[in-house]
Design a protein around this ligand. Structure first.
Ligand code: ZN
Length: 264
């Protein structure tokens, strides 16, 4: 991803989408810009509402989106997709959101879970998804493509996708509960789960590395996207502490970064 350094906030954009004149998008970085009011991390966590509001304001301004025309949802690690035409109050429970309305901002938060963006420049239409292990094994990426087909008439072949920063497979160890869900719902699950040899071999104690980025990429391809239209961030939120908040690293104190996007 390419880093854009702003006066108040810095963010990353997907190379494969940066040139799209009909789309504004970015993934926020922790370090505040030189003109930011506070030297504290950029943090969208609802635990710090004043700071979050300030960060939303900075990010919307940087992407030339209206902070008063921004759709928020309450992420619950599910697979519900909300189609939106305006901000909803209170924010609905959803882990994916999509629209065909221009100048409407969509925002999701992350702290290790990959966030995805889908853009169909032809309709045009935009969708975001929160794909932690529950969303990924619940096939949220596949479902969002399908949902955008049904709702807007999007052709997956025209869609561009970005798979945002998240905890990488080397840093992400999971147990049997995740493996079971993956086996149940994911095609070729053995390509995204790797047993950890040195882990305790006793039943119930085994551990695996789970490649959520690849699992989501495979779902997008299965749903009809061209591999060449999918960009991966290749960032790891756990390792890149200077850039990202991480729940695995910082536990309950962890802040949140944001994926923000809107069409013009
Ligand atoms: Zn990592």
């Amino acid at each position: 991803m390419q880093e854009i350094k702003g006066d108040y906030i810095s963010y990353l954009v997907f190379e494969g989408m940066a040139e799209q004149s009909g789309l504004r998008h970015g993934v926020s970085l922790r370090r505040p810009g030189p003109k930011a009011a506070s030297k504290e991390s950029i943090d969208f966590s609802p635990n710090h509402p004043d700071q979050a509001r300030q960060c939303i304001d900075y990010f919307c301004r940087a992407l030339e989106l209206d902070a008063d025309n921004l759709v928020r949802v309450r992420q619950v690690h599910g697979t519900h997709i909300e189609t939106v035409t305006e901000p909803l109050s209170p924010p609905p429970e959803a882990d994916a959101v999509c629209t065909n309305v221009k100048d409407l901002g969509l925002m999701l938060l992350g702290a290790d879970c990959p966030l995805l963006i889908l853009f169909d420049p032809e309709i045009p239409a935009l969708g975001l998804a929160h794909a932690g292990w529950r969303g990924t094994t619940g096939r949220i990426a596949y479902k969002l493509v399908h949902h955008m087909r049904e709702s807007f008439g999007s052709n997956p072949h025209n869609m561009l996708a970005g798979i945002g920063p998240g905890v990488c497979k080397h840093c992400y160890e999971v147990g049997m509960e995740v493996v079971r869900e993956a086996q149940k719902h994911l095609r070729d699950f053995d390509l995204v789960l790797e047993p950890i040899e040195e882990a305790d071999p006793r039943p119930g104690k085994q551990r695996w590395h789970f490649d959520m980025v690849k699992a989501n990429e495979m779902q997008l391809v299965e749903a009809g996207l061209s591999l060449t239209n999918i960009t991966r961030s290749n960032c790891c939120t756990l390792e890149q502490e200077h850039w990202f908040h991480s729940h695995r690293r910082d536990d309950a104190r962890a802040g949140r970064w944001a994926l923000l996007a809107g069409m013009r």
